[in-house]
Write a protein that binds this ligand. Structure first.
Ligand SMILES: [Zn+2]
Ligand SMILES: [Zn+2]
Ligand SMILES: [Zn+2]
Length: 741
């Protein structure tokens, strides 16, 4: 008889809550191995006892055949002396040191949908059907290791049938923590309406033009019929959100293709288990209200991702507006009582359920450009997945930026970016930010030794860092350097690059406001090589909200003869005030390219004041896509400064005779030419043939695709983001260089 050996494997990665133990059980039994498998808080531990050959086979197949949602980071192996086991069992979880990855929430799977559609099945039309391959995860987890009594499902006691599935290693619901059915699980109702057929009733209300609050996986949505112009208009008025595009949920991929162009890659992302909102080019808006996405050429579309979204669409043939239930970038509402209290002026009805949301998480927003997935907002379906770093860092917490905040907790070569948190100037968001940090530290068991913040003296995160200065080391990383570091860590690049950080604004090392920066260097350090010229802007936030003020500040400084020509954009008072501020030097100086986009948008009468972030730049991009030519404006680059005066001069001249879209396109082409020139010059100086793009300006798809294509034609290797947003949502990852070992 062959010799029996005992081997202990520790599997690290996303291996809990993804059907890993039943998979191990089935594999071990098939190979006639004895022993056990258990979840510990740091890993999945497997003891295998049997013939060496079978153990080798097990290890090979463990990697090759692991469940679809699992991600194996590494496997540690040790031969040990162990008592003799007579069978293979799944034993209770053990709590110990170390952290384990937590699975994000996953859209309902095909198998569950099939059961939900089967009149013979006991879960026929059950709104919370799930299995080990799908359903809520991060949003319901209260503690690790991931077991039912550590989730918000603990208050639902499983019935006999559910319990049997839960305990059967061969069932696809073995240890599926949210497992439930009509008899024992959560339920869904329309507040104040008694009906046998909830989903038919929801559809009736929607068709009747009503606005509904619907509790989702990570928070509430506000929903209405996207083809009902009156309903969408009413929603805009009630939500006090005049222009910012609303996301849509569509019944199925056929419906998406009716309204939008969908590439194969976009279809793959739409139908993926992460099920994000994908920005798609509008084919023909047809019956969708123009109020859904005014002045935009893209629609943000997602497919149903909970079982009850599907059940709703059984009675609906129209796209739904599905916008996050929050107020001007404050956190999305997640609790029933909160929703009823705070949404009463906005919605007509509430669709509620009694499975509590422990962690709020918004819908993710992505786009696909040239086959690459780009994040605008990384949240549901992706967070809290880790990003593997090309470096080792001390246990650390990077606090991120002020707007579009995310933070990142990290240790060794693992970084765990938080989901999108929002605008920290909002007190409520700040509270959620602090709470979520505490949750992360507890769940992932990383006690930070280093805290990294932005350099801005007035940021809330800078204040927060100060509070901890007696306990931990505090580091600061400049905002735009953090953008480039973020890109390099995101894609695991350790060599030197030419890094373009084209962005909104951030506090610079010289006390001025940066935002159009070119760096040379690597994760070990960046040198500012070039930047856009500093130009004066009167007023801080008020100028950002009113690009006409940026235009007036610029013209009054450099083209005073022209100022009267834009007088009509202002009240007398505002006109005089801005001019006076410029004359008295009550201005801030910035090299921000984002603000230059605002300037141009106002100069050519596209957008003088905005109601959501980057609106002026977005509408300038939309105008530019309507024109196809390759002309560009003259520009000067002298002593490391990219001057814009000649560009503005050219625009003012073109304005006399040319269309807005022509000028908008010419301006975009000019930025591409600048990037080409700068890259070529720096290549001659440094020999570097790799270029990286980061910063909010690269959310501009026209600019991103043109610049990437042109540089690649010139033989450059172009790096763009992959796992975190190019906007400020990616900053916290980049700040981690401050904790490098
Ligand atoms: Zn499933
Ligand atoms: Zn049950
Ligand atoms: Zn930024």
């Amino acid at each position: 008889m062959a010799k029996v050996v005992s081997v202990r494997l520790k599997v690290y990665g996303r291996v809990q809550g993804v059907g890993f133990r039943p998979f191990v059980y089935r594999l071990a039994t098939a190979l006639n191995l004895k022993g056990y498998v258990l979840n510990s808080s740091g890993s999945v531990e497997i003891l295998l006892q049997g013939e060496r050959e079978n153990i080798e086979e097990f290890q090979k197949r463990l990697i090759k055949e692991s469940p679809p949602l699992s991600v194996i980071d590494r496997v540690e192996r040790e031969e040990i002396d162990a008592p003799t086991y007579s069978d293979f069992t799944i034993t209770p979880s053990r709590k110990d040191e170390g952290f384990v990855f937590i699975s994000p929430d996953i859209a309902v799977c095909e198998d569950c949908l099939r059961e939900m559609r089967n009149p013979e099945d006991r879960r026929y039309r059950y709104p919370f059907i799930n299995c080990t391959n799908c359903g809520p995860r991060y949003t319901i987890i209260e503690d690790m290791p991931y077991d039912r009594d550590k989730t918000t499902m603990k208050k639902f006691k499983m019935c006999r049938l559910c319990k049997a599935e839960y305990e059967d290693p061969l069932s696809r619901r073995f240890h599926a923590q949210p497992n439930s059915c009509f008899d024992c699980g959560p339920s869904l109702w329309i507040e104040g309406i008694k009906t046998q057929d909830i989903f038919k009733k929801i559809a009736e209300l929607i068709k009747d033009g009503k606005i509904l609050a619907i509790k989702g996986l990570g928070g509430f949505h506000i929903a209405c019929d996207a083809t009902n112009n009156e309903a969408v208009k009413t929603l805009r008025e009630r939500k006090k959100r005049p222009h910012k595009p609303f996301a849509l949920m569509m019944k199925d991929i056929e419906m998406v293709k009716k309204y939008c162009y969908v590439t194969p890659k976009e279809e793959k992302v739409l139908t993926s288990p992460q099920s994000p909102i994908v920005l798609l080019r509008i084919k023909d808006i047809q019956d969708i209200s123009p109020e859904v996405a005014p002045h935009n050429k893209y629609l943000g579309v997602m497919l149903p991702y909970t079982p009850y979204h599907y059940l709703m669409f059984d009675f609906l043939d129209v796209p739904l507006v599905m916008t996050s239930a929050n107020f001007s970038d404050s956190p999305v509402i997640k609790d029933n009582s909160d929703a009823k209290e705070r949404l009463s002026d906005i919605v007509d009805f509430y669709v509620l359920h009694d499975r509590d949301i422990r962690h709020r998480v918004d819908d993710s927003v992505v786009f696909v450009e040239g086959g690459d997935l780009q994040f605008i907002r990384r949240a549901r379906g992706y967070a809290p997945d880790p990003v593997k770093l090309p470096i080792k860092v001390k246990p650390s917490l990077a606090l991120g930026p002020e707007l579009k905040n995310t933070f990142t907790l990290a240790k060794g070569d693992i970084a765990i970016p938080s989901p999108h948190i929002g605008d920290l100037k909002n007190q409520e968001t700040l509270d959620v930010f602090e709470d979520t940090i505490m949750e992360y530290i507890r769940l992932f068991r990383i006690e930070p030794d280093v805290l990294i913040s932005d350099m801005h003296p007035a940021y809330m995160t800078t204040e927060l860092a100060k509070k901890f200065k007696n306990y931990v080391e505090i580091k600061k990383v400049q905002h735009h350097k953090a953008h480039i570091y973020s890109l390099l860590l995101d894609i695991g690049y350790t060599d030197s690059v030419i890094g373009f950080a084209f962005d909104g604004t951030g506090y610079g090392e010289d006390g001025k406001i940066w935002g159009g920066e070119v760096f040379v260097g690597s994760i070990k350090g960046l040198k500012r090589a070039l930047h856009f010229e500093y130009f004066p802007i009167a007023g801080g936030d008020s100028a950002v909200m009113n690009p006409r003020r940026i235009a007036l500040s610029y013209l009054h400084t450099y083209f005073p003869d022209y100022t009267d020509r834009i007088k009509h954009k202002f009240s007398d008072f505002e006109f005089k005030l801005v001019k006076k501020m410029v004359e008295e030097g009550r201005v801030f100086h910035t090299s921000s390219l984002g603000r230059i986009f605002d300037l141009v948008s106002s100069l050519i009468d596209i957008r003088d004041s905005i109601t959501y972030e980057a609106q002026a730049a977005i509408e300038l991009e939309m105008a530019a896509t309507e024109s196809q030519h390759t002309k560009f404006y003259d520009f000067d680059i002298k002593d490391g400064i990219i001057e814009i005066k000649s560009i503005v001069e050219g625009i003012l001249k073109d304005k006399e005779s040319k269309e807005k879209s022509y000028i908008a396109r010419k301006f975009h082409n000019t930025i591409v030419e600048i990037i080409k020139d700068v890259a070529e010059d720096l290549y001659r100086e440094t020999g570097l043939k790799t270029v990286g793009f980061s910063g909010g300006v690269f959310q501009n798809r026209l600019l991103l695709s043109l610049a990437k294509r042109e540089l690649e034609k010139m033989g450059f290797n172009v790096l763009i983001h992959r796992h975190v947003p190019t906007n400020d949502g990616g900053i916290s990852l980049g700040q981690l260089v401050g904790a490098m070992e």
